[in-house]
Design a protein around this ligand. Structure first.
Ligand SMILES: O=C(O)CCC(=O)C(=O)O
Ligand SMILES: [Fe+2]
Length: 209
């Protein structure tokens, strides 16, 4: 796939590398959920975007909705813990996250799910990552974003706390933790505004999907 990033005027270094994680800021959302945010964690985000857009074997999926087959509005790829990742910077990123959260998480990040949002018509509807242990246990999902900024929206499943949304831009990191997958939901809302392509990389521990 040949896609060119329109916004590539601000992180054009060839070297793709993560910066230290010491600027992470935690926000408690309520009901035991939190997010950690670190803008511009990755340098060389343009180069990572280009490599992933070009070299990953992106899959278009379909699902049945109201008895009709509809296209899932984003492209997907999944790398299990033993699969080689599509860029060495992602190995470094996963190791850095595993080290940072070792004590609190008690296990490493292993898998990498990738999503490719081609434009503002692509998105992901409200959900928690509850296919695995996230439905019953505290866990973490760390998301690195490259490409056009999009909002990650979060809302509580039960009343009592206000929804939040955070813009995820080129090279930004957000980590959802605590009870976030089971007491809150998240979404990447579609947008009618012109939005360039975005790729997200989600690192999760084994058994969390
Ligand atoms: O693209 C994102 O930042 C979020 C994707 C997501 O929530 C998911 O794949 O479970
Ligand atoms: Fe998710």
């Amino acid at each position: 796939m040949s896609v060119h990033l329109q916004t590539s005027l601000f992180d054009q270094g060839d070297e793709v590398a993560v910066r230290p994680l010491d600027g992470l800021r935690r926000e408690h959302l309520g009901h035991g959920a939190w997010i950690d945010v670190l803008p511009q964690w990755l340098q060389g985000a343009d180069a990572l975007f280009e490599t992933l857009a070009r070299e990953v074997a992106w899959r278009a999926e379909e699902r049945v909705m109201y008895e009709r087959v509809v296209a899932v509005p984003r492209l997907l790829a999944f790398f299990g813990g033993g699969d080689p990742l599509p860029h060495p910077a992602l190995d470094t990123a996963r190791e850095a996250l595993s080290a940072q959260y070792a004590a609190e998480l008690g296990e490493p990040f292993t898998t990498a799910g990738l999503c490719y949002y081609r434009d503002g018509r692509d998105g992901v509807a409200w959900h928690g990552d509850t296919t695995g242990r996230g439905s019953t246990e505290d866990t973490m999902v760390a998301i690195l974003s490259v490409g056009a900024p999009r909002h990650l929206a979060l809302r509580p499943r039960r009343p009592g706390h206000v929804p939040v949304r955070r813009s995820l831009g080129h090279g930004d990191l957000i980590v959802m933790g605590g009870s976030c997958q089971r007491t809150w939901e998240h979404a990447i809302p579609k947008t009618a505004r012109a939005a360039g392509p975005r790729i997200s990389i989600q690192f999760r521990p084994d058994g969390v999907r």
